[in-house]
Design a protein around this ligand. Structure first.
Ligand SMILES: NC(=O)c1ccc[n+]([C@@H]2O[C@H](COP(=O)([O-])OP(=O)(O)OC[C@H]3O[C@@H](n4cnc5c(N)ncnc54)[C@H](O)[C@@H]3O)[C@@H](O)[C@H]2O)c1
Length: 285
């Protein structure tokens, strides 16, 4: 196990961003996903991001080269053995995440920290499939990772203070602000954000206003940097739906019922920006 090595599992929009900021902070980063092709996609996403930073004069070509060299594809989960911190950022699905954590438990050393970037799922439940629940923690990065300051740090029932302090130290090294929350569905960020997005989808569904008007009202009237429907597209409508279902199930309260229109879009494959179409249509996909 090496104190300068982090593995990121799932190299989609969040995992790629997490890997990028870790490499920028000087860590060696292993990238794992379901296939070599997916990992390459993630690496390409990161190189594109770094090149854009260089074009804007925010870093030199030499920086880009050095950061990129700290990234290594790791198609085998067994490579997690070398990392002191593993950040899982696979799809928002408890069964998928449990399977990953179960395998990691067998691969990693006792002292390694197993973190999940889950938006809403129980850290305590994830930890329960491992033999080291005191080393399991939530590290909830915000989207887009290189830009957003916050990391919500979620302590499961058994998470140790030592694990928490290590993660806080890593977060600070990444130039982020860690804030501690307890393990309840949606934590703080998505318990507040997702019902607002879901309500915006209901307003669209009921024909109260069109999508542009809903988004403009929240931007111009509430000073939000982007409207809730555009934000849902950025997050991914599948992820939004998973989170609403977790809130609905977790609290057993119908106020968290996902809007049927959100379900319909997800069933149609309209997942937002990542699939080229959600509430809005996007190019280059
Ligand atoms: N999208 C957001 O705004 C946002 C914000 C904070 C947290 N999150 C959380 O981050 C996680 C990832 O979200 P995303 O938006 O990056 O999704 P995404 O769909 O862009 O990426 C998910 C990646 O996980 C990979 N994957 C799926 N199963 C896997 C497995 N068994 N092993 C390894 N890789 C696997 C997929 O191939 C894909 O590359 C989710 O838990 C989500 O809730 C998302």
């Amino acid at each position: 196990m090496r104190n300068d090595t982090i593995m990121v599992i799932g190299t989609g929009q969040m995992g790629a961003g997490i890997a990028q900021v870790c490499a920028q902070a000087g860590y060696n980063v292993y990238l794992n996903d379901v296939s070599a092709e997916q990992i390459q996609k993630g690496m390409k996403r990161i190189s594109g991001q770094l090149m854009r930073q260089a074009e804007k004069g925010k870093m030199s070509q030499q920086d880009v080269k050095e950061i990129y060299q700290r990234l290594s594809p790791a198609p085998h989960l067994e490579d997690a053995r070398e990392a002191f911190l593993i950040v899982e950022a696979a799809v928002e699905n408890m069964d998928v995440k449990k399977e990953i954590f179960k395998r990691l438990d067998g691969i990693t050393e006792d002292l390694a920290i197993l973190a999940s970037n889950t938006s809403s799922l129980s850290i305590t439940e994830l930890a329960s499939v491992t033999n080291k629940p005191e080393h399991v923690i939530g590290m909830h990065f915000m989207n887009p990772v290189p830009v957003m300051q916050l990391i919500e740090v979620i302590k499961g029932l058994e998470t140790s203070e030592e694990t928490y302090q290590t993660v806080v130290a890593v977060a600070k090294k990444l130039n982020k602000v860690p804030i501690e929350v307890h393990d309840f569905p949606g934590f703080i960020s998505n318990r507040i954000l997702m019902p607002m997005i879901n309500e915006a989808v209901f307003a669209l569904y009921e024909g109260v206003a069109d999508k542009e008007s809903i988004d403009s009202i929240m931007k111009l009237g509430m000073n939000h940097p982007m409207g809730p429907l555009a934000l849902a597209d950025l997050i991914g409508l599948d992820t939004c739906l998973f989170i609403m279902e977790t809130l609905h199930q977790g609290f057993g309260d119908d106020k968290y019922r996902p809007c049927p229109l959100l379900k319909q879009y997800v069933n149609a494959g309209r997942l937002g920006k990542k699939s080229g179409r959600g509430f809005y249509t996007y190019g280059n996909n």
